[in-house]
Design a protein. Structure first.
Length: 291
């Protein structure tokens, strides 16, 4: 079974509600050279980051992942408020230090202290239960993210295959022109010599013709282009995290197209080389999105 090709660009959101409140996980991935994970978690769930990071690394190979977790506690009637007194004391001490440095400072407002992050919270569900819930919801969101990445990856692979078919057609067209171009090149040289009306050493002439043919010979470049085309197809068929390999193959294809252009002896081959470079660049742009 072929492993899917994944795009590095996707988005997923999952929410769940329980007795303690509503939990939401948002995942967004974009292109990146390596795997880079960033988490924004509420204070209550800070300890979940290590677990979430490991879960992401087990499923993703490349890309920048941004994870946002929100928790909205239920406004249960009669629920008690919990005050983190140690944190509150530190906030008060810091506020008093600042007040001493500012003679015109207003007195500390108790309600504003309660609104300071981490000072006060409503009675919540058991922390262990909440951590289990965020792990499970993260896995569900990650499943959705992978489905979206696979779907877009399949579209990218189809676009690359289409351009690759055009590259192969342009390569075949360039190869088909070689015999006629050689004959034109030799005929041009003979015609020019005839116009000059000079004695020509036939042996030397044959040597020059061979030299010109070798200088303009692009068979080797066309053979390498065809080999790279086969390797790109094989890589797409194999699937999996293949973005780096495809990017390398795009560089190799472009190198051969440049050599083909430099050896061009006719406008038709120049046109083919330009067309090849355009198609290869279009493929390279799509490859940048593949994991």
């Amino acid at each position: 079974m072929t492993t899917p090709i994944y795009s590095m660009t996707a988005f997923a959101r999952q929410s769940s509600s329980g007795q303690g409140g509503e939990l939401t996980v948002e995942l967004r991935t974009v292109n990146h050279r390596y795997l880079d994970c960033s988490f924004k978690l509420p204070d209550l769930l800070r300890s979940a980051e290590t677990s979430l990071r490991a879960r992401a690394a087990a499923r993703l190979s490349r890309g920048k992942l941004d994870c946002l977790v929100r928790f909205q506690a239920s406004e249960t009637k009669g629920s008690a408020l919990q005050v983190n007194r140690e944190h509150l004391q530190k906030v008060i001490e810091t506020a008093l230090d600042i007040a001493h440095a500012l003679p015109a400072a207003q007195p500390i407002n108790p309600l504003e202290l309660l609104q300071f992050p981490g000072v006060c919270s409503a009675a919540l569900t058991d922390e262990t239960t909440l951590l289990h819930s965020v792990n499970a919801l993260f896995d569900t969101a990650l499943d959705t993210l992978m489905e979206n990445r696979a779907r877009e990856g399949a579209q990218l692979a189809a676009l690359i295959r289409d351009r690759l078919n055009q590259v192969e057609a342009a390569t075949a067209a360039a190869r088909a022109q070689i015999p006629a171009l050689r004959e034109q090149q030799q005929a041009r040289l003979r015609t020019r010599l005839a116009e000059l009306r000079v004695e020509v050493d036939q042996e030397r002439l044959e040597q020059e013709l061979v030299y010109l043919a070798q200088k303009a010979d692009v068979e080797e470049e066309l053979d390498r282009l065809q080999a790279h085309i086969r390797e790109v197809r094989h890589t797409l068929d194999t699937g999996g995290p293949c973005g780096r390999r495809l990017d390398f193959l795009m560089q190799e294809l472009n190198r051969e197209a440049n050599t083909l252009s430099s050896k061009s002896i006719a406008s038709s081959t120049t046109h083919n080389a330009v067309e090849l470079k355009v198609l290869i660049e279009q493929m390279r742009e799509q490859v940048q999105n593949i994991e």
